[in-house]
Structures are given as structure tokens and as C-alpha cells.
Design a protein around this ligand. Structure first.
Ligand code: AMP
Ligand code: ZN
Ligand code: FE
Ligand code: FE
Length: 286
């Protein structure tokens, strides 16, 4: 039996809150016989950039992606970006803004935890997460809370302290969803609304669909049977592309395995060709 074409277009490396290095992700994709991969770390290209030459060497069709944190009507919305010009100055600037905002926010969270007798120093986080340009977020703080015995697991850390609106939550002025889409477009890339099934407020979702996205992440293994149908319909009505990916993180709050959701051949190939064109890469990447 021939397997269908499977390109996993959503996963995280150690450059953000994933547990495998960028190269380990490439190796795992090859082991799983995936036909393509995109690494989409939170707010940074650095892991994907590290993986690109390795994937080319191993002949795995590979796309540099990113999952930007954005705000839409005060709600956190994740936007996946693909195929953009990687050297576009506004993509650099967007990453810098995200790193700065996270740095300030993480310090505020640590202050609140200290008040609650759960001291953690920023240095302790860096010791365990020392890669240059890497993104530090709430999951890294949660892991240290477990290590220090303040909570039993990630769920408890988020439910009691770090989750949105909880006692040590600090809101953070992420760039708006509209502005992020605009920057991705200026860099000639495609902007995809990530995991739309997690947007519980119907009105918010309907408002989001009015933004100039290029596609919806329609295939996500955690969606229940049939849950992707309205997203397929919405994408088709708008002539948007439909992507899929596992959102693989390794261990932690995300049990989904690499390759458990995927993008089809036509969509992956067209995004890959655009990526090659916008970055003047050798055709061997595909
Ligand atoms: P941040 O980007 O620092 O705001 O942290 C958000 C990230 O925390 C998300 O992308 C998830 O990876 C993770 N996260 C959010 N809520 C939970 C939860 N309840 N359990 C585990 N991880 C979570
Ligand atoms: Zn994550
Ligand atoms: Fe996400
Ligand atoms: Fe993700």
C-alpha cells in the first residue's frame, strides 16, 4: 500500500518550546518517511534556519516557517508564516520585537511568582535554555516550577498561575494580527490562521476570517472527526489554502506526534516553490 503524501507543516524545536533540536526534527521526519517538513517555532526563525542546510543535505523537502504570537481584540492568536523572504528587514524587526516583549514579560511573571514564594531567577531559565536567539515563554517557566517542586505538572502551573487571567499571568502587547499579516505579505510570504478549532468564540472567529489571511490550518490531529469540515468550507469559499501539521513539541502539554497531521502535495509543493523563489535557493531544496 502506498502511503499518502505527508508534509508536517507545524512543529517546534529547542529554539522555542520544543524538546528536539532542529536537526533531530529533520532526522525524525526522515525516519517517519514524511515527504516534507516545516519547522515553525514561536516568534523565531532560528531553529528552522539551522535545520535548512541539514535538510537539504539529507534531501528532505523543507520550509522555513514561524508561528507568530499576535493579538486580535485582546485575544492571543497564532499566525503561521511560510515562504517569505527570510532576509526581509521587517521579518527581522518582528522577531526582535517579540524577543524584547517576552523578556520584559518573563521578568514580570518571575516577580509575581517570587511574591507567592516561588522564586525562580532568569539565569536559572537561561542555564537550561542557552541557545542563542531562542524564545523563552511560559512553558519554560512552568518546567522550572515543576523542577523546584512548586507544582506537580505543566497543567497545574498553567491552571493555577500562568494561564491567561490566572494569578501570575502577565498580559503582553504582542503585535496585532493584522499588522503581522501585513508584514508577512510585504516579505512575500503566506499567512495562515493556526489551529482555528482552539478559537472558542464564534464571533471572534468570524471577525478573524475577514482579515487577509492566505489560508487556514485545517488539519490538526487533535480535531475530532468532522471538526475540520467547517474550516475546509471556509477556506474553499475564500480560495484560501489548507495546511496541516502536528504542532509537535516533544514532551509536555502536547501529546501529538510528528506527522500525525499533514499538508497535501499540491499545497506543500506550491509553498515550497514560492519559498525557493523568494529566497533564491538552489532547486535541490525540493
Ligand atoms: P507564551 O508564548 O509564553 O505566552 O506561552 C504560550 C505557550 O504556552 C503556548 O504556545 C503553549 O505552548 C503553552 N501553553 C499554554 N497553555 C497551556 C496549558 N494549559 N498547558 C500546557 N501548555 C500550555
Ligand atoms: Zn509551543
Ligand atoms: Fe500555537
Ligand atoms: Fe505551535
Amino acid at each position: 500500500m502506498t502511503l499518502p503524501f505527508r508534509a508536517d507543516m507545524h512543529c517546534h524545536s529547542t529554539a522555542s518550546d520544543g524538546h528536539l533540536t532542529p536537526k533531530e526534527l529533520v532526522d525524525k521526519a526522515i525516519d517517519l518517511k514524511l515527504n516534507g517538513l516545516a519547522i515553525t517555532d514561536h516568534d523565531t526563525l532560528s531553529g528552522a534556519l539551522e535545520a535548512l542546510p541539514y535538510a537539504m543535505e539529507k534531501k528532505l523537502p523543507f520550509l522555513v516557517g514561524v508561528e507568530f504570537s499576535t493579538l486580535f481584540k485582546e485575544q492571543s492568536i497564532h499566525v503561521l508564516a511560510y515562504s517569505f523572504d527570510m532576509s526581509h528587514p521587517q521579518i527581522d524587526e518582528l522577531q526582535d520585537r517579540q524577543i524584547k516583549r517576552r523578556f520584559e514579560r518573563n521578568h514580570e511573571i518571575l516577580k509575581l511568582l517570587a511574591i507567592k514564594n516561588m522564586p525562580i531567577s532568569y539565569e536559572e531559565i537561561l542555564e537550561r535554555h542557552s541557545e542563542a536567539d531562542s524564545i523563552i515563554g511560559r512553558p519554560h517557566i512552568a518546567l522550572l516550577m515543576i523542577e523546584k517542586g512548586y507544582v506537580r505538572d505543566i497543567q497545574e502551573a498553567f491552571q493555577k498561575y500562568l494561564g491567561d487571567g490566572k494569578s501570575c499571568f502577565v498580559p503582553s502587547p504582542a503585535p496585532s494580527t493584522a499588522e503581522t499579516i501585513e508584514i508577512i505579505h510585504r516579505a512575500k510570504g503566506k499567512a495562515i490562521l493556526a489551529h482555528p478549532h482552539l478559537i472558542k468564540k464564534k464571533r471572534l472567529y468570524n471577525e478573524l476570517l475577514k482579515l487577509p489571511f492566505d489560508g487556514l490550518e485545517t488539519y490538526y490531529a487533535a480535531m475530532t472527526k468532522g471538526q475540520n469540515m467547517p474550516f475546509e468550507k471556509a477556506a474553499k469559499e475564500r480560495n484560501w489554502i489548507m495546511t496541516g501539521g502536528s504542532d509537535f513539541h516533544g514532551i509536555g502539554g502536547y501529546p501529538l506526534s510528528l506527522g500525525s497531521s499533514w499538508t497535501n502535495e499540491e499545497t506543500f509543493t506550491s509553498l515550497l516553490q514560492l519559498f525557493i523563489k523568494n529566497n533564491e535557493l538552489p532547486r535541490t531544496v525540493s
